[in-house]
Design a protein around this ligand. Structure first.
Ligand code: ADP
Ligand code: MG
Length: 262
C-alpha cells in the first residue's frame, strides 16, 4: 500500500511534532513524533492507559496539547501561528479543519433518532453544502461499500453493534475525509461481529485511505498496517513494519506487551 512517489505523496498527511499532553500533574503524552504519508495505514498499539486515545484526540483537537504541534495535510491543527506565538482557532475555523478528519470511536455515536440514511447524508448537507439529492446518492453508495445496501431506513437500535459501527464508518466517509482515525473500533463488539467491521476497514485501506488505527487486533495490524507504532506510558517505544515490531520486537516493553496479548 505504499503511495506513488509523486511530490504530493512525499508530503505527509499527518505530521505530529513533539506532542506533549498533561492532565494536571499527569503527563500522558511525553513528546510524540509521528509522520503519516498519504495512503499509509498506521496501527497504534499499546497497553491501556499509554495515551493512544489522547494522541488521536489531539490530532483533531478534541484534546488541547500542552506542547508541540500537529499538521494535517500541511495545516496546523487548532491554532494560528503569529510570530512565535500560537493562538487558538475559533470553533468555526476548527469545524472547517475537522471536516477533513473522520473519526470512528469504540462506541458507535450514531444519532438514535435518525435513520441510517439520514445519519450518513446529513453531515455533508450541513457542513459541506451538498444538495440533499447528492448527499443521499453518496450515502447509498457508501451503504453498499459497508455491506448494508438497502438498510437506509433502519434506525440504529434495529441494527447489531457491527452494523452500527459500519454505519459510523460510512458516516465519517461521507465527509470525504483526508484522514480516518479509528479508536478501538471493534473493542465494544461481540467477537462474532468484529470481522465484518475489520473487513470494511481492510477495503478502505486497499482503496488508499490514510488511516491511523488504534487496535488490539494483531492479525489485522499484521495484514493491513504499513507501519506499526507501539506506545507505552506516553512515548513511542518502537515502530516499523509489522514483521519487525510484531515478529521481532527489539524493545523489552514491546515484547512484554505482545506476550500478554497471546
Ligand atoms: P489509552 O487510549 O492508551 O488507553 P488514554 O489516552 O485513554 O490511554 O489515557 C492515558 C492516560 O490519561 C490514562 O492514565 C488516563 O487515565 C488519562 N486521561 C485520559 N483522559 C483524561 C482526562 N480527560 N482527564 C484526566 N486524565 C485523563
Ligand atoms: Mg484508548
Amino acid at each position: 500500500m505504499s503511495a506513488p512517489m509523486t511530490s504530493s505523496a512525499a508530503k505527509p498527511i499527518v505530521e505530529a511534532v513533539d506532542v506533549q499532553k498533561s492532565f494536571g500533574p499527569l503527563e500522558v503524552l511525553k513528546g510524540i513524533n509521528l509522520s503519516v504519508g498519504k495512503g499509509e495505514v498506521v496501527c497504534l498499539l499499546g497497553p491501556s492507559g499509554s495515551g493512544k486515545s489522547t494522541f488521536l484526540r489531539c490530532i483533531n483537537h478534541l484534546e488541547r496539547m500542552t506542547r508541540g504541534r500537529i499538521l494535517v495535510d500541511g495545516q496546523l491543527i487548532g491554532y494560528h501561528e503569529r510570530g512565535d506565538a500560537l493562538h487558538e482557532m475559533s470553533g468555526k475555523e476548527l469545524a472547517v479543519q475537522r471536516r477533513d478528519i473522520g473519526m470512528v470511536f469504540q462506541r458507535f455515536n450514531l444519532f438514535a433518532h435518525q435513520d441510517v440514511l439520514t445519519n450518513i447524508s446529513q453531515p455533508p448537507i450541513l457542513n459541506r453544502g451538498k444538495s440533499r439529492e447528492e448527499a443521499v446518492a453518496r450515502a447509498r453508495e457508501l451503504l453498499k461499500m459497508v455491506d448494508l445496501e438497502g438498510r437506509g431506513s433502519a434506525y440504529p437500535y434495529q441494527l447489531s453493534g457491527g452494523q452500527q459501527q459500519r454505519v459510523a464508518i460510512a458516516r465519517a466517509l461521507a465527509m470525504n475525509p483526508k484522514l480516518m482515525l479509528f479508536d478501538e473500533p471493534t473493542s465494544a463488539l461481540d467477537p462474532e461481529l468484529v470481522g465484518e467491521v475489520l473487513s470494511v476497514m481492510r477495503k478502505l485501506a486497499a482503496d488508499g485511505m490514510t488511516m491511523i488505527v488504534v487496535t488490539h487486533e494483531l492479525s489485522f495490524a499484521r495484514d493491513v498496517a504499513d507501519r506499526i507504532v507501539f506506545m507505552d506510558q506516553g512515548v513511542v517505544v518502537e515502530e516499523g513494519p509489522a514483521r519487525d515490531v510484531l515478529d521481532n520486537p527489539r524493545q523489552e516493553r514491546t515484547q512484554a506487551f505482545l506476550r500478554r496479548m497471546h
